[in-house]
Design a protein. Sequence first.
Length: 257
Amino acid sequence: MLTLLSLEYRKLFGARSVRLALLVTFLMPLLWAFAPRLSALIQVNLVSGWQLPAVSIGVTIGYLLPLFIAVTVAEMIGSEVSQGTLAPLLLRPVDRTKVIASKLITALSYPFLLIFSTVLGSLLAGIPLGFGTFTGGTGLGPGLFVGVGQLTSDAAFAEVLRGSFLAGVVLMPIAALSLLFGVLYLNTAAAALATFAALIVMRLLVVLPEAIQRILLTSQLNLYVQQGDIAQPLILLLIYTAGFGLMSIFAFDRRDV
């Protein structure tokens, strides 16, 4: 299993889509230093470098990060099928379940890599603002950017760490869904489009009763900024992730590739 995981991560970091995604997520926050209208657009006067991760995650988590995830995870199956490397692997004495499980673990870790790259670029862009104690909030804790008074560097770091982790968790079901479509379609473009189409359809279901909206995946994308009891949406996201992941394993075990 460890050998398969090592192989999958080598493939992941060798993919051009991954290198592009990491580059974009790292460099995009640096644009904030050259965006004089940023404060007006987000209606917040930024006073600390600790606030930039919330801005960057907020800008990218709706569409850009899901797009990167959908394409890259779909490639894990589609590119191997098109290159003819998946079938020879399955002809070896390797358990099919272990093969897809290694891909699933790699896929679920990818959102955290993108969030890490985004936060790292944000903190680099925030150097001119400084990282000392300030009055306000990080945008990821109580009171969001307004805060609840003075915030120390340690407390701000804790809020950024918590928000970043939750943002990664929010994106995990999207990775699992893309892998499922990858197994079903065995084609990168079809799987990525199906994933993104599913997310768009969920967004359009705002016309449904609130009780149904609350269980939609896209209704949980703001979990990373929620405070208080987040157990229910967190459990829902984990159920989505586990469900899509188990369906991927089940479908792969029975799929003729």
